[in-house]
Design a protein around this ligand. Structure first.
Ligand SMILES: Cc1cc2nc3c(=O)[nH]c(=O)nc-3n(C[C@H](O)[C@H](O)[C@H](O)COP(=O)(O)OP(=O)(O)OC[C@H]3O[C@@H](n4cnc5c(N)ncnc54)[C@H](O)[C@@H]3O)c2cc1C
Length: 376
């Protein structure tokens, strides 16, 4: 039941964006920069973004050595290079746009821990550095001297350093996007879940726990930016969810002797230091079928595996007490590239960001806003 005033002012927009993660916010901002007079609304089902954008580990990364080697099994060299370029440029752009301070970016370098079974990756390091030279101009990966092993278990046979990786605070990055959206008069309604989008008329039906009827918004254009949740609105997309677990420990009693972003197991496992806590996450590959879900629950098998890595590999012999644990959901498909496409005369979609949405979310939003502007 809406008032005359609500109907007149709140229900009609030039652009309605569904989903307020990195991509939804970025799309709205880019669109409104080119069309400053337009009325833009973002609808978000959660109180905060409730998919991946504030649940992630904050790695500002573009792929570790073994991860990139693995990509060559599924992609052509040109595709791998384009993907790395997109991620690297994406990171440069958000740093320039928002400033390192506001997103708490630190160029702390990345490190990959190799066990015996992965040591052969070192034989291809020079070749990969050469391959990446058009993007970075300098060698990306270097092997650390053996004695500098940061106290990790002897199972770690080598450590590869990546000079171009960094870390940030993903919620601060969202706050920077909120602040930019606010300056542009973009409205964000939270607690509002979209049930359907009519791709021809631009009618968006949404529900809220206080409203007994569905709320009908009318949009000239609709951008669907709901990543892992896309199949709820578009069941035929080449996309499936992949849940990720992250845990942070209690403050450790002795100072953590390393800093930076760390990867293991072809990028499936990652850890960093936050304060004097261990942040550890990933290992979706340990129970991959169960993790193809939108439900936020902790998988005990994965938690046990990560705890083993914390206590036997990262801090051998130390008891790690977890203080916080949470999950978020990513989207994967047959390709590692995002889906950015028009769906109908009035709708577009920008989803399937995989595990590196920090790097590419802003750019995906930009490309989606170009599609929107070309639509009419
Ligand atoms: C555990 C974990 C660790 C990660 N670590 C990293 C990392 O270190 N570095 C990195 O680069 N990337 C990382 N990622 C990936 C990165 O977070 C994602 O790629 C990125 O956040 C995707 O952004 P998005 O805007 O596409 O999706 P999301 O952030 O998922 O946003 C989609 C939004 O749509 C909303 N929504 C869904 N359905 C509806 C609906 N029907 N109506 C209204 N709203 C709806 C959701 O609530 C959500 O807020 C990680 C992800 C996870 C889960």
């Amino acid at each position: 039941m809406f008032s005359y005033w609500e109907k007149k002012n709140f229900l009609k927009y030039d652009l309605v964006v569904v989903g307020a993660g990195f991509v939804g916010l970025s799309t709205a901002i880019h669109f409104s920069r080119k069309r400053p007079k337009s009325k833009v609304l973002i609808l978000e089902r959660g109180v905060f973004p409730s998919g991946a954008s504030t649940k992630n580990a904050g790695f500002a990364c573009f792929g570790s050595l073994t991860e990139l080697l693995d990509d060559f099994w599924q992609m052509t060299p040109d595709e791998v290079l384009a993907l790395v370029q997109r991620r690297h440029q994406g990171l440069q752009k958000i740093r320039k746009e928002f400033g390192d301070k506001s997103i708490a970016y630190r160029p702390s370098k990345g490190f990959e821990l190799l066990e015996e079974s992965q040591i052969s990756a070192l034989d291809r390091m020079d070749e990969i550095n050469q391959f990446l030279k058009p993007i970075f101009k300098k060698p990306v990966f270097t092997s650390l001297k053996k004695k500098k092993n940061f106290g990790f278990s002897d199972q770690i046979k080598a450590i590869v350093q990546n000079d171009f990786e960094g870390e940030l605070d993903p919620a601060k990055y969202i706050q920077a996007l909120w602040s930019e959206a606010g300056k542009r008069g973009i409205k964000i309604l939270t607690g509002t879940e979209v049930e359907s989008v009519d791709h021809t008329s631009g009618i968006v039906l949404a529900k809220n726990h206080l409203a007994s009827d569905l709320i009908e918004f009318e949009a000239n254009q609709v951008a669907i930016c709901i990543n892992a949740f896309s199949k709820n609105l578009l069941p035929d997309l080449d996309l499936e969810p992949g849940r990720g677990l992250v845990m942070t420990s209690k403050e450790l009693d002795s100072s953590i002797p390393w800093k930076g972003t760390f990867h293991m197991d072809k990028g499936y496992v990652y850890f960093r230091k936050v304060g004097n806590r261990l942040l550890l996450g990933g290992a979706r590959n340990i129970d991959v079928e169960v993790e193809k879900t939108l439900e936020n629950h902790v998988n005990p098998t994965i938690k046990a595996h990560l705890t083993h890595l914390a206590e036997d590999i990262i801090f051998p012999g130390k008891k790690i007490v977890w203080e916080l644990e949470w999950t978020g959901v990513m989207a994967f498909g047959s390709k590692k590239t995002p889906i950015i496409q028009r769906i109908g005369p009035k709708s577009v979609i920008g989803v399937r960001l995989g595990g590196m949405g920090v790097a590419i979310g802003w750019q995906v939003g930009k490309e989606l806003s170009v599609l929107l502007r070309n639509g009419n």
